[in-house]
Design a protein around this ligand. Structure first.
Ligand code: MLT
Length: 325
């Protein structure tokens, strides 16, 4: 009798050895990428493009779920506490780095709660205004804002968002605090800008280019050293009289900490395929940006970027002394 059990146990362990683990057959079902901002905004736009290309490569649906709020930290927290099996991912931007200092009571450890998949893109910002706002160029906007600082409203996607960071840089560049109006993303903020409910916003070209080209909003400047091909008539902040007010929004793909290395590797390879996908390249070019180079679609590249950016923004934020909590 004993020998039968021994044989059975031996057979079972052999089967275990033979049977491929979940990590080796990943993915076996659909994957969800959490976007920590509302649908229809710039991060949503980038994520849906990448998700579509990764879905083709992985042979499984890559879905997008929007979890907006608290400048992107709610969505990030959702992924930090998700099962580390590769089926729940996070696509977030520079806000991942600034929130690490802006929020003193974050629900997760920014450098400890995630595994890195890779960099995705880096998007320029634009300073835009509602169509019927009086000023017609950046210098006039600065004068107007200074003269009406108690009434000029600046939309953003919450403390820690790219639009918040850029708005902060604009206000410190003109040394004038303005009234900020927070949203769950710049998608809904754009709706109010188009409707004239808010005056100005600093937002990514992935959300503003089409509106600027369509003349439905005013464009005052791009936050890059050079003008953008898709917006040739929009001056740089330096040309407009605010030299040094330059910022662009890098984006990365993350998994929960403890995700099997083979799974992270499979996701990173798939991200690299997406970064060279023709449709992704063409769409991002139309929106004033480009995919990150394929070699940056790696865990090491994202880890280095995040660590470097936390170090870069920490003293700036501490000097401003503006915390979210
Ligand atoms: C969004 O997708 O809504 C933006 O990335 C928000 C922001 O960070 O400004």
């Amino acid at each position: 009798m004993k020998t039968i059990w021994k044989t059975f146990a031996a057979a079972a362990s052999l089967m275990m050895l033979a049977a491929p683990s979940g990590a080796q057959t990943f993915p076996e079902r659909s994957i969800t990428i959490i976007v920590p901002f509302a649908a229809g905004g710039p991060t949503d736009t980038v994520t849906r493009l990448v998700a579509e290309a990764m879905s083709k490569d992985l042979g499984q649906q890559v879905l997008v779920e929007n979890v907006g709020g608290a400048g992107g930290t709610l969505g990030a927290g959702r992924v930090a506490s998700a099962d580390p099996d590769g089926y729940t991912l996070l696509l977030h931007h520079i806000g991942m780095a600034t929130s690490a200092t802006l929020y003193r009571k974050l629900a997760y450890d920014t450098l400890g709660a995630f595994d890195y998949v890779g960099l995705v893109t880096e998007v320029p910002m634009t300073i835009v205004g509602r169509k019927d706002l009086e000023p017609n160029d950046l210098a006039a906007l600065v004068e107007y804002a200074k003269a009406n600082q108690d009434s000029v409203t600046v939309a953003n996607a919450g403390i820690g968002a790219a639009s918040h960071l850029c708005g902060m840089l604009f206000m410190s560049a003109i040394e004038t605090p303005l009234v900020t109006v927070p949203y769950k993303g710049t998608g809904p903020a754009m709706t109010d800008l188009l409707g004239g409910q808010v005056d100005i916003m600093c937002d990514q070209t992935t959300n503003t280019t089409k509106q600027i080209q369509g003349g439905t909003i005013k464009a005052y400047a791009v936050t890059t050293p050079e003008r953008l091909e898709v917006l040739p008539d929009v001056p740089t902040t330096a040309e407009g009289g605010l030299p040094g007010m330059e910022v662009s929004i890098w984006h990365g793909l993350y998994a929960p900490k403890g995700t099997p290395p083979e799974v992270v590797d499979r996701l990173s390879k798939s991200l690299q395929v997406a970064l060279t996908d023709e449709n992704v390249g063409a769409r991002l070019a139309e929106l004033g940006t480009a995919p990150s180079p394929q070699e940056d679609g790696t865990p090491d590249a994202l880890k280095a970027k995040l660590e470097g950016e936390i170090t870069r923004w920490k003293p700036i934020i501490e000097a401003a002394g503006q915390y979210a909590d």
